[in-house]
Design a protein around this ligand. Structure first.
Ligand code: BTN
Length: 253
């Protein structure tokens, strides 16, 4: 991944450039990256916009995922990239305890003792299905060096340990892509499983969190993981652990 990089100082949106034209997009190879310093029409998940901030690492890349490449559904690719972003920082020597965590489905948060949880990154995956493959455009917005609208990852690093070096965009980009590639190859070989989920659950914010199910008479349930079919949140009833629930993003809590 990342052998070819399209770079622009200012662009509409790296995501739009890669997926706006269906026919054009079909010609794009796996691993092509589009990187920009500023986006004037950045896109967030759903109908949200993404406000581009100077100093943020903002890029999109292409993955052509053949229908039969993995035993597990393509929806899990978003979790592979989310973990890749956190691990690209936390697997560096000296950076292991930098408090970056995952908020399901795919936001990156800093867990700051005095200020609570602050979003420092997000990602979106656009997918189209053409013949026998998914054309995925994966867009990542990482607040690496910008202080607005929230704290930046470099500030989190400095706060955690002032002796640690601030990271630059290029090295984080390279490390995210290398980490993702490793996970993606393993995903294609084995599907989703303990090799990935053990690491993912170590980093996410939800294990054993209690939620109130407004759709089930305010029943209390405990989050236990993500389902292996569609990667939804799974919770078990506090009163009867044999009763399981599947939760929608941001729902029922
Ligand atoms: C979210 O948190 O809602 C997802 C934000 C994703 C933002 C990135 S920045 C690079 C790429 N280009 C876009 O227009 N959006 C994604």
């Amino acid at each position: 991944l990342g052998n070819a990089v399209l770079y622009s100082e200012v662009i509409t949106s790296t995501q739009t450039v890669l997926d706006k034209n269906y026919n054009f997009a079909q010609c794009l190879p796996t691993g092509l990256v589009c990187l920009a310093t500023n986006q004037i029409a950045g896109r967030g998940r759903g109908r949200n916009s993404w406000v581009s901030q100077a100093g943020a690492l903002q890029f999109s890349f292409v993955v052509r995922h053949g229908l039969h490449l993995s035993k597990s559904p393509v929806v899990f690719v978003q979790y592979l990239i989310a973990l890749s972003i956190v691990e690209s920082i936390r697997t560096r020597k000296g950076y292991e305890e930098v408090p970056l965590r995952l908020k399901w489905p795919n936001d990156i948060y800093a867990d700051l003792e005095d200020e609570g949880l602050k979003k420092v990154g997000g990602l979106l995956v656009n997918s189209s299905f053409v013949r026998d493959e998914f054309l995925l455009v994966i867009g990542c917005g990482i607040n690496l060096d910008n202080a607005h609208p929230t704290v930046s990852i470099n500030d989190v690093i400095q706060k955690h340990n002032p002796a640690l070096k601030r990271l630059d965009r290029e090295e984080v980009l390279a490390h995210v892509l290398v980490t993702f590639e490793k996970y993606y190859m393993e995903f294609c070989e084995k599907g989703i499983g303990a090799w990935f989920l053990d690491k993912y659950y170590q980093r996410w914010l939800h294990s054993n969190k209690l939620v109130t199910l407004t759709t089930h008479n305010d029943e209390k349930a405990k989050i236990v993981g993500i389902t292996s079919d569609y990667g939804m949140l799974e919770a078990v009833s506090v009163n009867n652990p044999r009763v399981k629930f599947t939760l929608q993003p941001d729902g029922n809590s």
